[in-house]
Ligand binder design. Structure first.
Ligand code: PLP
Length: 281
């Protein structure tokens, strides 16, 4: 099931062509996006997602529509979606047609969440650590690399996913050139050590995660300590739990890392999932 909304507040046929062949989002990946989880008609962390969309757009010098237009896109798809439960909404803003009048291309596509995504939340994932090929110290020096922007240029992220699948793994954790943990191709890494949650900082060239932020908020309220600080790859295997978190996958426990089975973190996963879900009860 899919549903398409346009900035003027109308819906359109998601199977009909809408994008010009010279759209710079299509030909150069020149644009930004966000994917938001909606549960029973309520978008989760919408403000944080729209803040991040605007932050990414600033990094690309990309004009994006005003907040109320973006919010209207969400309201349109949420109102038109026929069933309760979960759905995902992907908002895309590109630089528009190369030979056009400069108008950005903007749309929101709502879609059902795949059963295997739901299943993975329960079963957990096997993960391989793969090189991302940059040193965190390049982030400040080379802003044109757009590290930490959620751009449409996700071909590298998808290639890493395919590489993991070829190795028989479900997911990826990227490693920086200095051996520190970055993020997954579409997720944030969170580890539990005792009653402390840790995640790497956005300043290392990764996306600041809205789910990680919501989870930390919930965990702090329940008495957990939280730390945003560099994490070494070697620390993953020593943690009480390693998790990949994102809006659509929610919280996924890593049960196997580079072929080595990690200590069972099912109870921790249940506790953290309970805290995260209670944020939206
Ligand atoms: N890091 C990357 C590269 C992502 O693409 C995503 C989401 O797709 C995340 C982290 C997790 O972000 P969020 O929790 O806001 O969905």
């Amino acid at each position: 099931m899919r549903l398409l909304a346009l900035p003027d507040g109308t819906t359109a046929d998601p199977d009909a062509p809408h994008i010009r062949v010279d759209d710079l989002g299509l030909t150069r990946g020149d644009g930004v996006f966000e994917t938001v989880l909606v549960v029973d008609g309520r978008p989760r962390e919408l403000t944080a997602h729209l803040d991040r969309l605007e932050r990414s757009a600033r990094m690309l010098d990309l004009p994006v529509p005003a907040r109320d237009t973006l919010e209207r896109l969400f309201a349109t798809v949420v109102a038109a979606w026929p069933s309760p439960g979960e759905m995902a909404v992907k908002v895309v803003c590109t630089r528009g047609a190369e030979y056009g009048d400069g108008t950005p291309t903007v749309f929101a596509l709502a879609f059902s969440i795949e059963p295997h995504t739901v299943e993975r939340r329960r079963r957990g994932a096997s993960v391989v650590v793969l090189d991302r090929g940059f040193d965190p110290e390049v982030v400040e020096r080379a802003p044109w690399l757009l590290l930490g922007a959620k751009t449409l240029s996700y071909a590298v992220n998808m290639a890493a996913q395919r590489h993991a699948a070829a190795l028989g793994a479900d997911e990826v954790i990227f490693r920086a050139a200095d051996g520190s943990v970055l993020e997954g191709p579409t997720s944030t890494v969170v580890v539990a050590e005792g009653r402390t949650l840790r995640t790497p900082p956005a300043s290392s060239g990764i996306l600041p995660g809205t789910t990680q932020s919501a989870l930390f908020r919930a965990a702090e309220r329940a008495g957990w300590a939280t730390k945003v600080e560099p994490l070494r790859v070697g620390e993953l295997a020593e943690a009480d739990g390693v998790f990949l978190v994102s809006s659509i996958r929610k919280i996924v426990r890593v049960h196997t890392l580079d072929g080595v089975v990690l200590p069972d973190a099912t109870a921790l996963w249940s506790e953290l999932t309970g805290l995260y879900e209670a944020e939206y009860a």
